[in-house]
Design a protein around this ligand. Structure first.
Ligand SMILES: [Zn+2]
Length: 410
């Protein structure tokens, strides 16, 4: 598909190859108030491309970041026990490994409600959080984590450095995918990072996304989808180097942590991962084209399965009112004709409607109360956790449907 205006967000190449079109969808996090259900929603095309030159996977359409992350943002990190545990261990390792103390500075970009930085604050280590979402930044500051409610980039980093700040550690978890000016972001890290400091950057791995068929993590909030190959090329442009890579297969559908610094040493873990990605085909557009074909089959098969169950008189609910759930419902065309309601643990979402398809969101208790015959697991990456939490629903005969990679009733 020709896209004459699109340029790679990393290397600037205009030779991008589109391998998946998910139609025109509303913003995946923009839950709808019932009173506004009659108003038209903004929809944006969701076309995904790979850059054959630097291997960066990216969506072509760019929604204004303020619309994405400030106005409609309901995500508080502290609602996820798994994330809290992951954050605490990361902080423990950094404190021990880097010998951090009261003279150090730890900066976190996209620090949300302070869920990670508070682990350093407890040990008397100075921190600075940066997060443009006002409610989250306010919650963090109230909890003793000093936080600037701004977007991070080259300009802000230069301002902080002029004010005398250099970070011993910069942490950027699940934020680099959200950044429209990718080069400005990495330039900012290079500017703010002390000469002997390290930055740790975490993001879901695009290789894992493809292996697991997790197309539902592709939405407008995520401009880019990273591999070690694309990160290596990106950071080198700014005088930083990929030193080490750690893998967290159970986090956000397969997360990678890239440690980068001004030190050009490519460690064994980084070298091995770069080789493994080349061998897996992540530098080859054909690998992505094949994924696109599989996704089209999955959405078609899922819609057919639900339509068949519904035609047979079954009732269907869904679990997980997060952005990935919205993406899956919208791209597969699953609305209130097939699914009666979605349950979610986050009380901020109850009473609202899923974007686009307007399926109502209820508390998780609704599954046992209403006993729908089937529950479509939109949060299928947490299937085991949800099964444990919903054992009463399952004990009483309820069934789960796992949508990807092949829709299956379990
Ligand atoms: Zn590129």
């Amino acid at each position: 598909m020709p896209t004459p205006d699109a340029r790679c967000r990393s290397c600037g190449s205009d030779d991008l190859e589109v391998f998946l079109s998910l139609g025109s969808t509303p913003l995946a996090d923009a839950l709808v108030r019932p009173a506004a259900a009659g108003e038209p929603e903004a929809r944006y095309p969701l076309d995904v491309a790979v850059c054959p030159r630097c291997s960066l996977v990216q969506i072509l359409h760019e929604v204004e970041p303020r619309e994405l992350f400030v106005d409609n943002y309901l995500y508080f990190s502290s609602y996820s026990p798994q994330l809290l545990d992951h954050a605490r261990r990361h902080a423990d390792n950094l404190v021990a490994g880097r010998g951090l103390d009261a003279r150090s500075l730890v900066v976190e970009v996209a620090s949300n409600d302070g869920y990670l930085l508070r682990n350093f604050v407890e040990r008397g280590i100075p921190v600075l959080g940066i997060d443009p979402a006002p409610e989250q930044a306010a919650a963090a500051s109230a909890a003793g984590v000093p936080t600037l409610a701004e977007f991070f980039g080259g300009e802000m980093a230069a301002r902080l450095r002029s004010a005398g700040l250099r970070a011993d550690v910069i942490i950027a978890n699940n934020v680099m995918a959200h950044v429209p000016d990718l080069n400005g972001f990495v330039a900012g890290i290079a500017t703010l990072l002390a000469d002997d400091g390290i930055a740790t950057i975490e993001n879901p791995s695009v290789g894992e996304l493809i292996d697991r068929g997790a197309f539902d993590t592709i939405y407008h909030e995520h401009f880019c989808y990273f591999s070690c190959l694309s990160v290596d090329a990106l950071v080198r442009r700014h005088g930083l180097f990929l030193n080490e890579v750690e893998q967290f297969p159970d986090l956000h559908g397969g997360t990678l942590r890239w440690t980068v610094s001004h030190d050009p040493a490519v460690g064994e873990s980084a070298r091995a991962m770069l080789d493994a990605e080349r061998a897996a085909g992540l530098a080859d557009p054909a690998h992505y084209r094949d994924f696109g074909t599989r996704v089209e089959r999955t959405t078609r098969d899922l819609h057919a399965l639900l339509a068949k169950l519904k035609a047979g008189g079954s009732t269907i609910a869904a679990y997980g009112a997060a952005a990935k759930g919205s993406t899956l419902l919208n791209t597969a065309g699953i609305g209130t004709d097939l699914v009666d309601f979605v349950v979610d643990r986050n009380p901020h979402k109850h009473g609202l409607l899923m974007p686009g398809v307007h399926v109502p969101i209820r508390p998780t208790d609704a599954l046992v109360q209403d006993m729908p015959d089937y529950v479509l697991l939109l949060a299928w990456n947490f299937a085991a956790e949800i099964a444990a939490q919903q054992h009463e629903y399952l004990d009483r005969g309820g069934r789960f449907i796992v949508p990807v990679p092949t829709p299956t009733v379990i």
